[in-house]
Design a protein around this ligand. Sequence first.
Ligand code: MRU
Length: 334
Amino acid sequence: MNDKLRAVYWELDQLHLLDQRLLPNKHQIMVLKTATQVAQAIKDMVVRGAPAIGITAAYGVVLAAKAAYKNDPNNSVAIIQSDIETLAKARPTAVNLVWALQRMQAKITSNSIAILLEEAQAIQQEDIDANHQMGDLGAAVLPENCRVLTHCNAGALATGGYGTALGVIRSAYAAGKISQVYADETRPWLQGTRLTAWELLQDNIPVTLLADSAAANLMKQQRIDWIIVGADRITANGDVANKIGTYSLAVLARQHNIKFMVVAPTSTIDMNLTSGDQIIIEQRPSEEILTKNNLKGAKAWNPSFDVTPANLVDVIVTEKGVIKPNAISSFRKN
Ligand code: MRU
């Protein structure tokens, strides 16, 4: 129920990606044939969102293995390894990418296409299952008639399916607990407008869009109860990297006495980093900002993510339970 969209899928022995650069105007599927194409598609944001990037890269390893076993079976393990390194570099901030590649790496033998495909499909299915669990857990935390604000797109399009932050919103809406969903535009790439609003409308969930800079005023007018966002990486101390603008929402939420929820599977937790200061923040091309106004001569600063300190987060919802950010350290180091 309420889970029709798939950003990534394996069908007829081929990897298919819904091209998110073209949404909502065009529904175009790309079929990818090589691991290099997969790495480029992740870099170019054909597919985006932390869990979806990891799942796509996992299928990229299947493509790498197919090519290696066919073209140079004696060197297949080294060739696949080199493709894994290329995939790992596609985008730096979301830890799910490296997490999924590590899982795939553990399954490589001298002839393991079927095993690798099974593992990639398991990664995707486990993600969908985790999202449904988080949906239920997060929805249970929300009060009746809840008015929520979300940022970026942490929905089916950003995951294996159903979504993290949007999974909670879907489940809570189905339970009759949501009276209003607001979505930030999410500049400069407009994930909120092009993806989140569109995705919610596919499920007939009413949504109100606002410019990112309008969120402060909306909070001041006491028109939001909970802010619900996803995450790209959560460090051992509970700091959260997510789409640029998340930190300002968390600061504003504290100022206006509004609750702040982060929804992320345990694959987004990086116990190897002790704090958010150590997270590599991706810088996106200046053109994403400058070409909008055809401005020549100016420079642009375009970080794709920011870090929200743990003390501004009220709860983190994972598939294993709802916890306070300072309890992240109870998760095992991987
Ligand atoms: O640059 P993007 O679109 O990949 O950024 C996505 C986000 O910041 C999401 O909120 C995050 O990956 C969580 S997706 C479930």
